[in-house]
Design a protein around this ligand. Structure first.
Ligand code: SAH
Length: 262
């Protein structure tokens, strides 16, 4: 049973969007909450599970359009708990992956509020499922790296490209749409073969999901032409060869032709 007394906080993973991918515990916490502070990335079907008297507060941040800064979100959560509410902080995917969970946990603890975490299905798992692929592959992809390619406004990406360009790893790149060109150029410059398989999965698990398979050298072009405005994950590595080889022959020929353009 889930313990959810008044005046306490749960950080809850909402999964990638499809309400069927919520854990049973997450669903129960959503139903028991008196207030839910949620991200922009939480699927609408997930929020519909809340009871009509639950207050829903959108505190979403999408790149470039920060509606509430982190300190404000921390404060709202703490104030609601101190007012005796059952607080759910609902986050896309898993709260512990690029979810600013530490700030919120610390803010609650500093205020003496009991806070717990309910894990969720992260975007990389959902994207792999959409591809019908595995993120690891015996003997070929022994390592799985979760990395964010989001830089603070005006800053260059500060990533250790030498380490990331590991032919035995699968890279799951979160918030990587804007950095697609740099990712491609740097990984190739640091030794990954240009034909390394890449998959772009946008809106994974939602009815609007799109999946695009390409190769590392064509990634900048693919990111420009294949992606819309939804959240997208880049998966890179030879483990994806299995999924990518299912790609229809026509598209592969086209990709190769584009790759040969001057
Ligand atoms: N905590 C989340 C990640 C938050 S960072 C998790 O565990 O999934 C936000 C990034 O996650 C987006 O920019 C995108 O790269 C990725 N993402 C989240 N939901 C996604 C989805 N449904 N499909 C594809 N990528 C998604």
């Amino acid at each position: 049973m889930t313990d959810f007394p008044k005046g306490t906080v749960w950080l809850v993973g909402a999964g990638p969007g499809d309400p069927d991918l919520l854990t049973r515990k997450a669903e129960r916490l959503i139903r028991e909450a008196s207030v839910i502070f949620h991200d922009a990335l939480v699927g609408p079907g997930v929020l519909e599970l809340a009871t009509p008297d639950t207050r829903l507060v959108h505190v979403g941040k999408r790149s470039g359009r920060h509606s509430k800064d982190q300190a404000t979100i921390d404060k709202l959560i703490v104030e609601a708990a101190l007012a005796g509410e059952r607080v759910v902080r609902l986050k896309g995917g898993d709260p512990s992956i690029f979810g600013r969970a530490t700030e919120e946990l610390e803010a609650c603890r500093a205020a003496g509020i009991a806070v717990s975490v309910c894990p969720g299905v992260t975007a990389a798992s959902a994207a792999a499922a959409s591809l019908g692929a595995s993120l690891t592959l015996r003997g070929l992809a022994r390592k799985l790296t979760f990395v964010t390619a989001h830089a603070r406004a005006g800053d260059a990406l500060d990533l250790d490209w030498g380490t990331l360009a590991d032919p035995q790893a699968t890279l799951a790149i979160y918030m990587g749409k804007a950095a697609a060109r740099e990712v491609s150029v740097q990984l190739i410059a640091n030794g990954l073969p240009p034909e390394t398989p890449v998959a772009l999965v946008e809106n994974a698990s939602l009815p609007t999901e799109t999946v695009f398979r390409t190769r590392l050298d064509l990634l900048p072009l693919a990111a420009k032409s294949a992606l819309g405005h939804g959240p997208a994950l880049l998966l890179i590595g030879s483990a994806l060869e299995v999924a990518c080889s299912k790609e229809d022959a026509k598209r592969r020929v086209l990709a190769d032709a584009i790759g040969r353009l001057p």
